[in-house]
Design a protein around this ligand. Structure first.
Ligand code: DGY
Length: 323
């Protein structure tokens, strides 16, 4: 009998075609966000699932899905999956590392440039028909070239962001829980500093760490208070790493010049303060969203699912104890 799988959100047709070569496939192509109840019902007789960061895969769900053997996230981040619960239920969990590094780093740069040069404010000014004359002191921004870039998290994406900084002739500082190898530091031209030092010295701070209990609000009022009033904060990693209320407060008070944010605590809801602030560039968690990269991510998750349910050895297994 063919194994059954469910794809929890809309994916590309080619991905469904590929999955259909191996499994009986049901898919939520209408892209409705499913409640835990709905998900538990549909997964009750499934062997595998392609999931996204909008589905919470935890004990509550897994205890109602006795047949489930594989949960393949279409994302590199997997804070929506409780790996301990997966282990307890013999469920393999996988993610999509590597394929989105360049695209996500590109977008971090889009946020850096847009925020530093106040592109959102300038664009709104034209759209609203307010541009009546050229002015010397119009939308004065922050120079990105030759500025000091501070990277929190020199993992795969952080490294790509650092390498892109060479073109802007920037000084690159980084902080991470573990210092990178000399080889990586030299390829990225990045210097390891303490977290406090980084927040004090950088003109632009960009966050590239995963969300976990340990990183929850690891960028809060104390860290933001160390930043220069002329500095900007960029976040395209995971909501919850920054204490959004503390950030809104700093932006309101003007102790920080601006922020470029692709991810939010509790998204898609966002702190209402962000909407009122002009000095924030906002985007809806799209850093990895290029046509090619989102396709690769979905296909990689599909390949993980096929490997998990046919060989028991998916290439991007997160929890060997779940086998
Ligand atoms: C990821 O891969 O974790 C992204 O945030 C999803 O786009």
């Amino acid at each position: 009998m063919r194994k059954k799988i469910f794809v929890t959100r809309e994916v590309f047709g080619e991905v469904l075609d590929f999955l259909a070569l191996h499994f009986e496939v049901a898919a939520n192509q209408e892209d409705k966000v499913l409640t835990t109840e709905e998900l538990a019902r549909v997964l009750a007789d499934k062997d595998g699932a392609l999931t996204t960061l909008t589905e919470r895969i935890d004990e509550n769900l897994l205890s109602r899905c006795p047949q489930l053997k594989a949960v393949c996230n279409i994302a590199v981040g997997y804070n929506n999956i409780d790996l301990t619960a997966c282990n307890a239920h013999g469920v393999m969990a996988t993610n999509t590392p590597g394929v989105l590094d360049d695209t996500t780093a590109d977008f971090a740069w889009a946020l850096i440039l847009a925020t530093a040069r106040r592109l959102n404010e300038a664009e709104a000014y034209i759209r609203e028909g307010r541009w009546d004359k050229w002015k010397l002191k119009q939308f004065l921004g922050l120079d990105v070239h030759h500025a000091t870039l501070g990277i929190i998290g020199l993992g795969r994406i952080g490294q790509v962001v650092a390498r892109r900084a060479t073109g802007f002739e920037m000084e690159v500082l980084y902080h991470d829980v573990r210092r990178a190898s000399a080889e990586i530091e030299s390829a990225c031209r990045a210097r390891y500093v303490t977290k406090d030092d980084l927040f004090r010295r950088a003109d632009i701070v960009t966050i590239h760490i995963p969300y976990s209990r340990e990183t929850h609000h690891s960028i809060g009022a104390a860290e933001i208070a160390l930043m220069k009033p002329s500095a900007i904060l960029i976040h395209a990693a995971r909501g919850g790493v920054i204490d959004d209320a503390a950030l809104v407060e700093a932006l309101r008070k003007g102790t920080l010049a601006g922020a470029g944010l692709d991810v939010f605590e509790g998204e898609p809801a966002i702190h209402p303060g962000f909407r009122e602030l002009k000095n924030v560039v906002l985007s809806p968690h799209i850093a990895s969203s290029s046509e090619r990269t989102r396709f690769k991510m979905a296909m990689m998750a599909a390949e993980n699912c096929v490997a998990a349910l046919t060989t028991g050895n998916p290439p991007n297994l997160l929890n060997p104890a779940g086998k």
